[in-house]
Design a protein around this ligand. Structure first.
Ligand SMILES: Cc1ncc(COP(=O)(O)O)c(C=O)c1O
Length: 369
């Protein structure tokens, strides 16, 4: 339960790279075909199988996934898209990339996810879509959100960047809306360095997304006399990156199980401690924290102690309305404003052991008891 030495860093997060990734990328290098190709298709299939969708389209990042998802619905100038005020800024930036306006909505105090009640009052004639974000892997209230979307004929694109493999009611994040988007950046459950994946069950959307990511081509082309029936761009994920992703997927269930177990350990160890509250995860039902998040009354005291003890952490994002491009008054977003000053991600690196987590809890108790 005690660390060997406080000089040993307890990381907030570290990607794990296994030997398979070396072997698989070596194979791609030997093949000479580094571009988006068969290995990319293998990764798409592995992700679709895990998430339980008919289709998956690999792209260069989670941001690109969101951008192409919006483009697949022709969302652009003059349109509004509802996004939560508490999220990584990419969610809103993807909306702005299309020329549409990101309409910020406050969050729920107990989940840090978008508040469905407040979505209602943000809807107007220009609203085209809602992008719920599953913050830290905790699923947003998709039942309520889908109901609102159906009533107002809005598209739902799930930002599941932090919820790869997380489930609720036996259904994966990313499968509730018309489209789900994942990120494979280095602080995610699996990484391809940078990368993203779009999932859908709709064959037409799949076709559009395929074209959008590859210069309007429905199938992998030659680069020569191909037909380009639609406008598209270059958001291809290469075989080289996909090889890393396939290596990472080999023990995906083990990774997800470990993250759930870390949460259960934190919960057990910190039970009854005032001064810190973990945000909830229904781990028994497969809901999986990408990172364990907490509300800490005196966050500065805890982070100071973590710094002194070589323990990593990450403070929550500033709410979007406090960032210059999206600036709005705090009074419009009371919950996001307050939460952002207290929310903290605790060490959740897959390289940690259960004893490491217990050691972190011991340090938390020493400050907050
Ligand atoms: C909630 C959320 N949305 C979008 C993204 C963007 O993903 P990427 O960094 O792969 O572009 C991230 C992560 O980085 C994220 O956490």
């Amino acid at each position: 339960m005690n660390r060997v030495s406080k000089a040993t860093k307890i990381d907030w997060w570290q990607p794990i790279i296994g030997l398979s990734e070396y072997d698989l990328t070596h194979e791609v290098l030997k093949s000479g075909f580094l571009n988006d190709g068969k290995v990319t298709e293998q990764l798409e299939k592995a992700v679709a199988d895990l998430i339980g969708t008919k289709y998956a389209v690999a792209v260069t990042s989670g941001t690109a996934a969101l951008y192409l998802a919006l483009k697949a619905f022709d969302i652009g100038p003059g349109d509004e898209v509802i996004v939560p005020d508490t999220t990584f800024i990419a969610t809103a930036n993807a909306v702005v990339m299309t020329g549409a306006t990101a309409r910020l909505v406050d969050i729920e105090k107990d989940t840090l996810n978008i508040d469905p009640q407040k979505i209602q009052s943000a809807i107007n004639k220009k609203t085209k879509a809602i992008i719920p974000v599953h913050v830290s892997g905790r699923l947003a209230d998709m039942k309520a959100i889908m109901k609102i979307a159906q009533e107002h004929k809005l598209v739902v694109i799930e930002d599941a960047a932090e919820a790869f493999g997380s489930k609720k009611d036996n259904r994966s994040a990313g499968t509730y809306g018309q489209i789900g988007c994942f990120s494979f950046s280095p602080n995610k459950t699996i990484t391809t360095g940078q990368g993203g994946m779009i999932v859908t069950d709709d064959p037409d959307l799949h076709g559009k997304l395929r074209q959008l990511k590859d210069q309007g081509r429905p199938y992998r082309g030659t680069g020569g006399d191909d037909l380009h029936p639609a406008i598209g761009y270059n958001f291809k994920l290469t075989n080289l990156q996909a090889a890393v992703g396939i290596g990472q997927m080999q023990d995906i269930e083990g990774r997800l199980k470990k993250l759930r177990s870390f949460y259960d350990t934190y919960k057990h160890e910190l039970n009854g401690l005032s001064g810190i509250k973990l945000f909830p995860f229904n781990t028994a039902a497969g809901e999986t924290p990408q990172w364990v998040d907490s509300f800490v009354h005196d966050r500065d005291a805890l982070t100071k102690h973590f710094d002194a003890n070589n323990i990593g952490y990450r403070r929550f994002w500033h709410p979007l309305h406090r960032q210059d491009p999206y600036r709005l008054p705090d009074s419009d977003f009371p919950i996001a404003s307050h939460s952002s000053e207290h929310a903290l991600w605790l060490p959740s690196s897959l390289l940690l052991t259960e004893d490491d987590i217990k050691g972190v809890c011991k340090e938390i108790k020493s400050v907050l008891s």
